[in-house]
Design a protein around this ligand. Structure first.
Ligand SMILES: [Mn+2]
Length: 330
């Protein structure tokens, strides 16, 4: 593993030596990995380098306010890059089909803040430190001096993206990873010229009436299981159709129930295709990452997700029995 000074040096060496640059994060890109990718793309553009942010199919509309000049490419097996930057992920298991890009990359950089696990992506140019609340903050720490000298428009674009990584991974300074460093970084990033209140609104509140109705219908499915210790809720395809929305246009619904009293964990099941569920789990003290990994998913100890096939009843029963084990071993 390199330190951040070495990463920065190698990074700028590699950019000038590479004919093509790709940037990406894990499957189901979130406001940390994806916004950090956009920030890095802007920094590269300001220095005269073209790059592409590689994404999967899926609705990225909730990032529209950050994507003005973004150059995105949807993954296909025909693309490859001389230089590839992977952020917010350290395992092939979290890349889906895009794992192939890593194998084909000439020069590979990896920046992350997850505990390494699963089929690890090996590269000399890696930096993984879970003490950072977001991968965006690793980017800021690495390239601070490059960011500070950007012209105003580029500086604000980078700032907007980096601040969004904090909004996302701390849930607007609510999650347990909110610490003095997060506030110091947030202050420094705000000084780049951004408007935190506008970013908050654009990221968390900018929803259509159909999306809010969908949230409401999902909240109406709340049930308590395992002696009231686990809260379960779900969204199904019918709700999406009825409200004319894409489920992935909505920030995780779990954030609406994170403060619920007297529970130890949350399970949110989102039907993405007939008989296919995206499972999101949250807990303050249970290791939900253990459960997610069992199904090929991942994340953090207190917030993880995975994809599970089956009917609603069946998926719910499986996940609850895994969580029951966690409750007993706790
Ligand atoms: Mn992250």
């Amino acid at each position: 593993m390199m330190n951040l000074i070495e990463i920065r040096e190698s990074f700028w060496q590699a950019t000038s030596a590479s004919a093509s640059i790709g940037i990406m994060s894990h499957i189901e890109p979130d406001g940390d990995g994806f916004a950090a990718s956009l920030a890095l793309q802007e920094l590269l553009r300001a220095r005269g380098y073209q790059s592409e942010v590689v994404v999967d199919e899926g609705d990225l509309g909730r990032f529209a306010h950050l994507m003005g000049a973004a150059k995105l490419t949807t993954y296909s097996s025909s693309i490859s890059y001389e230089m590839l930057v992977v952020m917010d992920c350290n395992s092939y298991d979290r890349l889906g089909d895009r794992a192939e890009l890593v194998q084909k990359a000439g020069k590979l950089f990896l920046l992350d803040h997850h505990i390494p696990e699963g089929r690890l992506i090996e590269t000399d140019c890696s930096f993984i430190d879970k003490s950072f609340a977001t991968v965006g903050l690793i980017l800021f720490e690495t390239f601070r001096e490059d960011i500070l000298v950007l012209d105003e428009a580029a500086r604000i674009q980078v700032g907007n993206c980096l601040y969004t990584t904090i909004l996302n991974d701390t849930n607007n300074f609510v999650n347990a990873n909110t610490n003095p460093d997060v506030f110091r970084y947030a202050a420094e990033i705000t000084e780049l010229g951004i408007k935190p209140h506008e970013l908050y609104k654009a990221f968390f509140l900018n929803q259509s009436s159909g999306e809010m109705r969908y949230v409401g219908q999902s909240l109406a499915t709340i049930e308590l299981h395992l002696d009231g210790r686990i809260l379960v809720l779900y969204s199904d395809l019918a709700m999406q159709e009825e409200n004319h929305i894409q489920a992935d246009s909505i920030m995780s619904i779990t954030r609406y129930v994170q403060g619920v009293k007297d529970i130890e964990g949350i399970v949110y099941l989102r039907e993405d295709a007939p008989g296919e569920f995206k499972v999101s789990m949250r807990s303050v003290h249970l290791d939900v990452n253990k459960v997610a990994r069992k199904y090929g998913g991942g994340g953090h100890r207190s917030a993880s997700g995975c994809q599970v096939k089956g009917e609603l009843e069946e998926v719910r029963r499986q996940i609850l029995s895994d969580l029951a084990e966690q409750l007993h071993s706790n």
